[in-house]
Design a protein around this ligand. Structure first.
Ligand code: ATP
Ligand code: MG
Length: 475
């Protein structure tokens, strides 16, 4: 790409005869004017055809109006365009969402392409180091399509040959600042292309109230909040193990309680058993009535309860061996969800070594063997470092809520998650804005998705206990 041009060598020449000036005369090739005109006209035609091909509607509308004006005079063209504008305004008032989807976001995308991205593309690329200005020529990544969603601009880009996604991921701050966005996320699409997402607003900035308890018993992926795209956030709990990591006050409780809330009908139908370990005594104790005898708070009780879960698991495995390879919840063999708040209290911070080893061994056994026989673990912890939680990789699904350090993001979500936009360390510590907000990797996409869990308040938990506690009564 960066070829040496003729004449580049001139500045390296050394004259051996100091008195004789070395004179270079550029070779002048005279191009006939007609050839230049033909080439320029050809280029213009190609661009025109390409524009019409890419934006057929934007091309047809002015062409149709122009023809009307030409053939039938301006009053007809003006009244027709007035009618169309009025119709569009009425549509926008009557059905905002369909108008936005079919017209509004397209117009916005077109405007932002021209006014924001195309206008600033060259300087942002050069200053951020993603493009090169070399010997008077710009070598820039190619700006592709801009699509607008309700909350973000999605920009496709063709990288320069030889560039890596990491080059872009390292410059998300430059890109966000350059295009006037709060943040930028990078996701590779197909060969040599990537997608940049620039949020325009934060759809998860206000707390979500607790979701309605499902009417039908379900152990399928349970709805516990919503995603940035406005779709429900469904978390799979049966057939996996989930680890929730978040600093103090990050909202781990809202995930735990939202999961419990959506499993309550299944629990009262006998298809799910909720076992609770609450070493900090501050979270699950509030809804203690929901767990009956399967509630433990002291480390000894927790170790016993975990051993009991291992026992259930092993008995099931012995019965299922050779007969079935996956678990379907039934009244005889319900799905057992072991919920552990602040799991590090039981593992890393437990001073009794024997107890610590017993608990760690039970947790490791459950997380390695429990999935197929219908025993799942939902654990929450503050510090995801290996020294604190050495079995974190045994949890197939992980959720990163607000974290204190940027390095912790990849510890939870896997290598490169932060580079791809999982900025869990940037989530606001203000509870109304950031509690319950986190990043997950969904099955459908390797890209981390930003989500917010619904907030289950103390009053909601009391109501849940009143309606669903096996033996009645509040906590
Ligand atoms: N989803 C949510 N939406 C809005 N606010 C929330 C949400 N979850 C929690 N909060 C607020 O944040 C506060 C802290 O939440 P929570 O106790 O769940 O945090 P935590 O991560 O469990 O913290 P800790 O590790 O200290 O126990 C709550 O008291 C509540 O006011
Ligand atoms: Mg908590």
């Amino acid at each position: 790409m960066f070829k040496r041009l003729p004449g580049d060598e001139a500045r390296n020449l050394v004259s051996t005869t100091p008195d004789t000036a070395v004179v270079f005369r550029p070779a002048v090739v005279k191009t006939p004017a007609i050839l230049t005109i033909v080439i320029l006209t050809g280029r213009m035609l190609v661009r025109l055809v390409r524009t019409i091909w890419r934006h057929p509607i934007a091309a047809i509308v002015p062409a149709a109006l122009g023809s009307l004006w030409y053939f039938y005079g301006w009053p007809l063209a003006a009244s027709l365009s007035g009618t169309v504008v009025l119709a569009l305004i009425s549509w926008a008032f009557l059905d905002r969402s369909s108008f936005a989807r079919l017209v509004g976001y397209r117009l916005l995308a077109w405007w932002r392409l021209i006014w924001i991205y195309r206008r600033h593309w060259q300087p942002v690329m050069i200053v951020s180091g993603l493009g090169r200005h070399l010997r008077g020529r710009d070598y820039l990544p190619r700006l592709g399509k801009v699509t607008c969603t309700s909350w973000a601009d999605v920009v496709t880009v063709r990288m320069l040959k030889g560039q890596a996604v990491k080059d872009w991921a390292d410059r998300t701050d430059h890109l966000a600042q350059g295009f006037g966005a709060k943040s930028c996320r990078v996701a590779p699409s197909h060969a040599g292309r990537l997608t940049l997402t620039f949020p325009r607003s934060d759809p998860l900035a206000s707390p979500l109230p607790a979701l309605a308890i499902p009417e039908e018993p379900t152990v399928g992926p349970v709805e516990i909040g919503k995603g940035e795209d406005g779709r429900p956030w469904r978390l799979k709990v049966h057939g996996t193990h989930v680890l929730v990591a978040g600093a103090t006050g990050a909202g781990k409780g809202s995930i735990i309680w939202s999961v419990i809330r959506s499993l309550l009908p299944a629990a009262s139908a006998g298809l799910v058993e909720l076992w609770a370990l609450d070493p900090k005594l501050m979270e699950l104790s509030y809804g203690r009535g929901l767990f009956g005898t399967r509630y433990a708070a002291t480390p000894e009780e927790c170790a016993d309860l975990l051993d009991e879960a291992v026992c259930v698991m092993q008995k099931r495995a012995a019965r299922f061996a050779g007969l079935q390879r996956s678990h379907t919840p039934t009244l005889g063999d319900p799905f057992v969800l072991v919920v552990v708040d602040e799991v590090a209290f039981l593992t890393a911070y437990q001073s009794d070594r024997q107890l610590r080893q017993r608990i760690s061994a039970a947790l490791a056994t459950l997380t390695t063997q429990g999935r197929a026989v219908g025993v799942g673990v939902l654990a929450a912890l503050q510090d995801p470092r290996k020294e604190v939680m050495n079995i974190r990789n045994l949890f197939p699904d992980k959720i990163a809520l607000r974290l204190d350090e940027s390095e912790q993001v990849d510890m939870v979500l896997g290598d490169g998650a932060r580079d791809r936009g999982a900025l869990a360390d940037h989530i606001s510590p203000v509870p109304e804005i950031g509690a319950g907000v986190g990043y997950v990797r969904l099955e459908t996409s390797p890209e981390p998705a930003r989500v917010r869990a619904a907030y289950v308040s103390d009053a909601d938990i009391c109501a849940m206990v009143d309606s669903f506690a096996p033996h009645g009564g509040a906590a």
